[in-house]
Ligand binder design. Structure first.
Ligand SMILES: Cc1ncc(COP(=O)(O)O)c(C=O)c1O
Length: 390
C-alpha cells in the first residue's frame, strides 16, 4: 500500500481519511485485497452497493447499454431512462421525477422546486443533526456545525427544528413555513429514528399550513429499512421524495420524485443537468429496482433486519458498559457506544469485517441488501469477540 498511499497524498486534495486496505476487487458482500484477504463489507460504499459488488445482472445491464450509447444529452429521450423512471414511479407511487447524479443534487433540485412553488420569503426547515449534502443549498440545510463552519454565508431563510422535539416543531411551524426537509432515519447524524409522535404532529401541521414536506431518503431509501422508504414506517405521504446512493447500483444517479401538486413546478429551461439520468446508470438502476421490489430482496431485509437488531440488542444487555443503545430499522443500524468507535472499527478490521463510524460514537452498519444470515452471524460473532476482549 506504501507507494499508492504516498501518491494519493501527493496528488489528491486531502479531504478523505482513507482506510489502509488495498482493494483488488469485490465479490458480493466481500471486498478482496491485492494479497487475497477477504473482508465482509458491512459499510457497502456508505449505503450505495445494495446488490453487493460485481453483481452479474448489473454488469450485464451496463455492458448492454454501453454497447448502444453511454451518454445522450437530455435533448434526446432514451428508452432506458424512461423505463427506469416508469419503474421507480410505480414503486414509489409518486407522480413525476427529475433525475440527477447524486444525493446533494436531488436536494438542490428540491430546494429550487420549493422556492419556485412557494416564493423566497418563507422559511425552509431542516432538523438538528441532519445531513443533506455539501453543495451550497444542501449545506445550508445540513444542520451540523462541523460541515458548515468556514463556508458562510449560506442560503437565507433556512431554519432548524430540534429533531424529535414536538414543542420546538409547534413553536416554529406556521403560515410562513415553505418546506420541511426530514430524514425519517438520520444517517450521518447517527442513525436517529424519528418518533411517531413527532411525525404525527408534523402531519397535523402539514395539513394546516400546507408546507412542502420533503423526505430525504437518500440514505434510508430503496429497501434499506425493510420498507421501500424509511417514511413508509409511518402514515405519511411526502410531497417530495429524494433518492440517490443505492439507486444507480454503484453508478452515479439520483432522483427527485414529486406528487401531483408539484408535477409542473419546473418548465423548459428552469432546471437541468448534463449528466443527470445517465443511460448507463439508469440501466443499472433498473436492475436494482427489479431485485429490491420484484425479486424478494425487500422481504429478506425485513426478516434479517429484525434478526440482526434483536441480536444486537442482546449485546447491549451483555456489554452495558460499552454499548449505550442500538437504533435503526432493517439494514440501517446504529450502535451507539459510550466512547469513540474508531478502536472498535480497527479491531473489527483485523477480524476482516468492515463497518463505519458516524458522529464519533455510533457504529454504522449498512450491509448490502443481499446479505445472508451466515454473513450476519459472521459479523455478530466477530463483534461479540471484540467486545468480550475490551
Ligand atoms: C440523507 C442524505 N442526503 C443527502 C446526501 C448527499 O448525498 P451525496 O453524497 O450523494 O451528494 C447524503 C449523503 O450521505 C445523505 O445521507
Amino acid at each position: 500500500m506504501t507507494g499508492i498511499s504516498e501518491k494519493e497524498k501527493q496528488y489528491y486534495i486531502q479531504t478523505y481519511k482513507r482506510l489502509p486496505i488495498d482493494i483488488s476487487h469485490g465479490e458480493g458482500v466481500h471486498l478482496i485485497t491485492k494479497d487475497g484477504t477477504r473482508y465482509l463489507d458491512f459499510f457497502c460504499g456508505i449505503g450505495v452497493n445494495a446488490l453487493g459488488h460485481a453483481n452479474k445482472k448489473i454488469i450485464a445491464a451496463i455492458h448492454n447499454q454501453v454497447e448502444k450509447f453511454s451518454h445522450l444529452s437530455n435533448y434526446f429521450i432514451s428508452d432506458v431512462q424512461i423505463e427506469f423512471a416508469e419503474k421507480l414511479l410505480k414503486h414509489t407511487r409518486m407522480k413525476k421525477l427529475f433525475l440527477t447524479n447524486s444525493g446533494t443534487e436531488t436536494v438542490e433540485a428540491a430546494l429550487k422546486a420549493v422556492r419556485k412553488k412557494k416564493g423566497s420569503e418563507g422559511i425552509i426547515y431542516s432538523m438538528s443533526g441532519s445531513f443533506h449534502g455539501r453543495t451550497y443549498g444542501a449545506l445550508s440545510l445540513t444542520d451540523q456545525v462541523n460541515y458548515k463552519k468556514d463556508f458562510e454565508p449560506l442560503l437565507p431563510n433556512i431554519g432548524s427544528i430540534k429533531f424529535n422535539d414536538v414543542s420546538d416543531l409547534r413553536k416554529k411551524i406556521n403560515e410562513n413555513t415553505s418546506a420541511v426537509f426530514l430524514e425519517f432515519i438520520q444517517g450521518e447524524g447517527g442513525i436517529n429514528v424519528v418518533s411517531e409522535e413527532f411525525v404525527s404532529v408534523l402531519m397535523e401541521l402539514h395539513s394546516k399550513y400546507k408546507f412542502v414536506l420533503v423526505a430525504d431518503s437518500v440514505q434510508s431509501g430503496l429497501g434499506r429499512t425493510g420498507k421501500p422508504f424509511a417514511f413508509n414506517h409511518y402514515n405519511v405521504e411526502p410531497d417530495i421524495v429524494l433518492v440517490a446512493k443505492s439507486i444507480g447500483g454503484g453508478l452515479p444517479l439520483g432522483a427527485m420524485l414529486v406528487n401531483e401538486d408539484l408535477e409542473n413546478v419546473f418548465s423548459y429551461g428552469t432546471h437541468g443537468t448534463t449528466f443527470g439520468g445517465n443511460p448507463v446508470s439508469c440501466a443499472a438502476g433498473k436492475v436494482v429496482l427489479e431485485e429490491v421490489f420484484e425479486n424478494g430482496l425487500l422481504e429478506s431485509v425485513k426478516n434479517l433486519g429484525n434478526y440482526i437488531l434483536s441480536e444486537l440488542n442482546n449485546f447491549a444487555n451483555l456489554f452495558p458498559s460499552f454499548v449505550k443503545e442500538v437504533r435503526g430499522k432493517g439494514f440501517m443500524i446504529g450502535i451507539e457506544m459510550f466512547s469513540d468507535c474508531y478502536k472498535i472499527i480497527e479491531l473489527l478490521m483485523k477480524r476482516k469485517v468492515l463497518v463505519n463510524c458516524t458522529n464519533k460514537k455510533v457504529l454504522r452498519i449498512l450491509p448490502p441488501l443481499i446479505t445472508t444470515k451466515n454473513d450476519i452471524d459472521f459479523f455478530l460473532y466477530n463483534f461479540h469477540e471484540v467486545l468480550k476482549k475490551q
